[in-house]
Ligand binder design. Structure first.
Ligand SMILES: O=C(O)CCC(=O)C(=O)O
Length: 189
């Protein structure tokens, strides 16, 4: 093995991925968790299948059976301040976030490899309650390039550019209950 092989650099993070810790304080995190836990969360439906994570959609939902967006309840007032904070951090104009997904992962629940639907443009995610390994992978010849982001509670990530369009992401089963709020802007049609 060469020196380079022995001391190879860890995979670089995907271009277009941005991340910040302590995006919100602990009091705001507690309030958001309380709000999400009080929602009528439903097991995630994709066509004939049901995921173990429980979700509530706002602005738009995605109907996997019909493969199209559907209108959902408006983004609630309690989400708006944090959505504006997210927009400011990402350099987006106010009102750019038009879809919000609240998700609850019980211990042992994760999400499989996927890319978000092409109807959406930028994707931002706020982690609440517990940490997860937020994994990325991209085909490179007959191998996968891989990267893992440690998504701590109260941290925020942005997937844009290659991180959004070329890389898939997934979360292995979480160790303790985790909530997330996903904020999405819409592709211009
Ligand atoms: O929980 C998260 O942070 C990721 C959610 C996600 O990837 C999705 O709902 O498509």
């Amino acid at each position: 093995m060469t020196q380079l092989g022995l001391f190879a650099e860890p995979d670089a993070s995907p271009a277009g991925l941005r991340h910040t810790n302590d995006f919100i304080d602990a009091a705001t995190e507690r309030e958001l968790i309380g709000r999400i836990a009080a929602l009528p969360l439903q097991r995630f439906q994709f066509g004939a299948f049901e995921g173990n994570r429980r979700v509530a959609w706002f602005g738009y939902s995605y109907d996997y059976a019909l493969q199209r967006l559907a209108e959902a309840e408006p983004i609630p007032d309690w989400v708006r301040p944090v959505a504006r904070q997210v927009e400011a951090w990402a350099g987006l104009r106010e009102g750019s976030v038009q879809q919000v997904l609240c998700t609850e992962y019980d211990a042992g629940v994760g999400i499989g490899w996927h890319r978000d639907k092409p109807h959406f443009d930028k994707v931002l995610g706020l982690s609440l309650g517990s940490a997860c390994k937020f994994r990325f992978r991209r085909r490179s010849g007959d191998k996968w390039e891989r990267y893992t982001l440690a998504a701590l509670p109260r941290s925020l990530y942005l997937m844009d550019g290659e991180a959004r369009s070329q890389w898939e992401h997934s979360i292995p089963p979480v160790e303790a209950r985790r909530y997330s709020v996903t904020f999405r802007t819409m592709k211009r049609t």
